[in-house]
Design a protein. Sequence first.
Length: 121
Amino acid sequence: MSPTEYQELVEFLGHQFAEIDRRFTEVDRRFTEMDRRFTGRFDEIAGRFDEINGHFDEIYRRLERLEQEYQAITQALRRIEAGMADERGRREILERDLAELKRHVAVLQSRIEEIEQRLEG
């Protein structure tokens, strides 16, 4: 190989390597652009998940508050039912005492009538 051919080969290969290097640079630029786009999309998706998680957190807070209110209402109803049972018991006692009082009044009434008859007679 002559020095001129060698020089031409070096220039040719240098040009080819420069073209290959330019292509690698372009591929690298495209990969960088795709990476930037993917990163942007991932950040956008992560932001949406954060928003969705915020909604779930709010739903769970509301459900917890509903559970607390349910427990409070249940306890209040139990107290009301207990009070009503006590009230029924008191009412039964009062009705029984009233019936007994009526019997006593009837006995007293009959004794009064008996005494009145003796006084008249």
